[in-house]
Write a protein that binds this ligand. Structure first.
Ligand SMILES: [Zn+2]
Length: 321
């Protein structure tokens, strides 16, 4: 077995163990408990778990998804988070090899995974996790690109924060209530710091794309049930103009149509939020998917934070569709 394959196996095993730990972080950061001190126990019967109840994924299979003592079903969240963490660790090592960048990418993907977990579970995100990602992003950029890298990183942070603070404030003005969580701005800034100002727009667009794919069907169904036909009609108009713009109307008319329908749709959507017909849509999971898609499809070697070649390639490809 060659060295890289051997190390990859160990990185995956580490991923499984860390995944176990992230489960605890996701649960206890919401309940405010200490992450380290109380030993793991069943939330129902409070029995302390044996070491062999805590083996990532395997224990879930052996115990057939139930507590050993009281047979209370164990949340499927445990094996899922463990498995995803293993894949993320393995992917980072496979992509960046033996380098400090692997370590940083593992840290960022881990933080995004934990924030995604708490956002999906309770609509809550710990801003400190985003701040940690932002600071490590600045450090990694400086290590890989010197002052040029740090500049791109700082600009990415500022642009990320400005974009989301602006959307959030305009949304609040229209909806008369918070349309985003406070943490969304932090996370956008952290991604800007980690990947630099040139890569930020690509990641945000990929995130938006993922967001649309996952949430549009749910969203439309909610609107239909709530009889909010204005939002329903403008959202369908928006989707039609995206299709037109990417096919037959691939010109300034198409872009104009897209812009007008987007403004109408966003306006209706923000206005609809105070009707309490839906919970606030989680953005952090979409950001995280955006980061992952970016790493998979746009990074060939190295993180490339400080030059704009990926961005200009992407724009050229889009214009040639
Ligand atoms: Zn139990």
């Amino acid at each position: 077995m060659d060295l890289n394959a051997y190390l990859l196996v160990w990185v995956c095993v580490f991923g499984l163990c860390f995944g176990s730990f992230y489960n605890v972080v996701i649960l206890r950061s919401l309940s405010g408990e200490s992450i380290v001190f109380p030993p793991s126990k069943c939330p129902k019967c409070n029995n302390k778990l044996h070491w062999w109840h805590n083996i990532p994924i395997l224990s879930y299979i052996f115990l057939r998804g139930k507590c050993y003592f009281c047979k209370e079903p164990i949340s499927i969240q445990y094996p899922i988070v463990e498995f995803i963490t293993m894949v993320l660790f393995g992917f980072s090592f496979w992509k960046f090899g033996i380098s400090y960048q692997t370590l940083f990418v593992i840290i960022w993907l881990s933080l995004l995974l934990i924030m995604t977990g708490t956002d999906l579970k309770e609509n809550l995100v710990d801003c400190n996790l985003a701040i940690t990602m932002g600071i490590s992003g600045l450090l990694c950029s400086f290590l890989s690109g010197g002052w040029q890298g740090l500049t791109s990183s700082v600009l990415g942070l500022i642009v990320g924060v400005i974009i989301f603070e602006t959307i959030s404030r305009i949304g609040k003005l229209i909806a008369k209530t918070d349309v985003m969580g406070e943490a969304d701005t932090y996370v956008a800034g952290a991604i800007g710091a980690a990947f630099g100002v040139y890569n930020l727009p690509i990641i945000l667009l990929l995130g938006l794309f993922a967001y649309a794919l996952i949430f549009v069907p749910v969203f439309l169904y909610d609107k239909y049930k709530a009889a909010d036909y204005a939002t329903l009609v403008t959202s369908i108009l928006f989707i039609i103009s995206i299709i037109l713009c990417s096919t037959v109307l691939n010109n300034y008319y198409g872009i104009g149509l897209l812009f007008i329908s987007a403004v109408l749709f966003i306006h209706c959507m923000f206005k609809g939020i105070d009707k309490k017909t839906q919970r606030r849509l989680p953005y952090v999971p979409a950001f995280s998917v955006g980061v992952l898609l970016f790493l998979i499809f746009f990074i060939t070697q190295g993180l490339n934070i400080y030059d704009n070649s990926i961005l200009s390639d992407t724009i050229q490809k889009l214009l040639h569709i």
